[in-house]
Design a protein. Structure first.
Length: 414
């Protein structure tokens, strides 16, 4: 057993002795488990049944939708849940109280888990269910693995679980817990390592999201948004929000990238392969000024004031090593991915090259997994090969990464 636990037989004997009123001898069960048993008995947990609390369905759905962890559920899905099909394990995300917000993973395991009421909306805190990994992780505020007979409630002893608390990166307070529950796979060392790794990625993502929301409000500068689906948008310094044409968004991005300015000919060449005529460029600038005010001056064309953009955000994330946040931003693509303007395509290529260079240098397991799972990195041979090297033996994704690297190598060798 990879979590430092004694053999299941010794633990079961210690558990039966404990229920009879005999304190387990040293070495028969881990101290953190013994202490959890003591707390569980002290609050009156029934060791024979599983009695969980729950909330009204409508109230629970509203609460879950508004919870901060809802923003990182897609990340957990891509880094952890997608690899669990057929493993007999489920992934649960709980709040700080131990209430399970989502239970995903292997379908048959989810069905079996209903037998112990390990379902969305139920509360799995130590004070409600007794010793279990998500409840214990929240109680002692650190990652933990609970195996078989270490659980306090008898019906749960057929299961294994590995869990880690999730913290608010701004305040350090508990936000919730991430857990893998299932058969053998949930009791292996890589299960606990994986949970810790994904929690680290989740906390980085939460920190990056908080940073994303801050610049425009704090700086008071106009802000350009081009990475989302739909029309590019402009938020003026006065808070006025309006859509922009793609051409106007392209012009603003290029002028922001070249603060010393661009001549009419240079701007025309960056906007179209066959170059726009000077009259067309001047007409577009004139329309832009009518819409946004005296933002662009001439000879050469340049911005009269600083602006913010979500492309800036992505660039800052790359420079700071916040790779998951950068992948999340650039992965949406938006105007950068769809524009036919040569100058915009060049900006996008430069960002992707910088991001990939940082990814390869950092050897960040969570970021690499997110990269190769995205359209940007799915055909990146180097990234797949590196991921296969750094994932621990036995990790569910290691064989997949190695196989994908071999496939891409064959394709590129043709």
């Amino acid at each position: 057993m990879g979590n430092g636990a004694a053999s299941p037989t010794r633990v079961r004997r210690a558990y039966e002795a404990f229920l009879s009123g005999i304190r387990p001898p040293e070495g028969s069960v881990r101290s953190l488990v013994r202490e959890s048993w003591i707390r569980s008995r002290a609050v009156g947990i029934d060791p024979v049944t599983v009695s969980t609390e729950g909330d009204d369905d409508a109230d629970f759905r509203s609460y879950r939708a508004a919870h901060r962890l809802s923003t990182v559920r897609p990340l957990i899905q891509s880094l952890l849940v997608d690899d669990l099909d057929g493993t007999g394990a489920v992934v649960a995300v709980g709040d700080a109280r131990g209430r399970l917000l989502w239970v995903d993973g292997d379908r048959s395991a989810r069905t079996k888990a209903t037998g112990i009421n390990f379902v969305e909306g139920s509360v799995w805190s130590e004070t409600v269910v007794g010793t279990n990994a998500p409840g214990l992780a929240l109680a002692i505020d650190r990652s933990v693995q609970v195996v078989g007979p270490e659980h306090f409630a008898g019906p749960v002893q057929r299961w294994n679980c590995s869990a880690a608390p999730i913290h608010d990166p701004q305040t350090g307070g508990l936000l919730g817990v991430l857990d893998i529950t299932g058969g053998h796979v949930a009791s292996t060392p890589f299960a606990l390592t994986t949970v810790r790794s994904v929690v680290a990625a989740v906390e980085r993502e939460l920190a990056a999201t908080a940073v994303d929301l801050a610049p425009a409000a704090a700086s008071g500068k106009p802000r350009l948004t081009v990475l989302d689906d739909g029309h590019p948008r402009w938020v003026g310094a006065d808070g006025t929000d309006r859509p922009l044409t793609r051409r106007h968004a392209e012009i603003l991005l290029l002028l922001q990238a070249y603060p010393r300015g661009l001549t009419t000919e240079q701007l025309a060449g960056m906007l179209a392969d066959d170059e726009l005529g000077a009259v067309t460029v001047r007409a577009e600038i004139s329309r832009l000024r009518r819409g946004l005010g005296d933002l662009v001056e001439s000879r050469p064309y340049r911005l009269t004031s600083d602006i913010e953009s979500d492309v800036d955000d992505a660039r800052r994330h790359i420079e700071k090593g916040e790779l998951i946040a950068a992948i999340r931003g650039l992965g949406r693509g938006g105007l950068l991915a769809e524009s036919l303007a040569p100058g915009i395509a060049e900006l996008y290529d430069e960002l992707l090259v910088d991001l990939r260079s940082h990814l390869v240098a950092a050897c960040d397991e969570a970021a690499l997994e997110m990269w190769v799972s995205s359209p940007l990195g799915r055909d990146d041979l180097t990234a797949w090969a590196q991921l296969a090297r750094i994932l621990p033996p036995g990790h569910a994704g290691r064989a997949r990464a190695a196989g994908r690297a071999r496939l891409l190598d064959r394709r590129l060798s043709r």
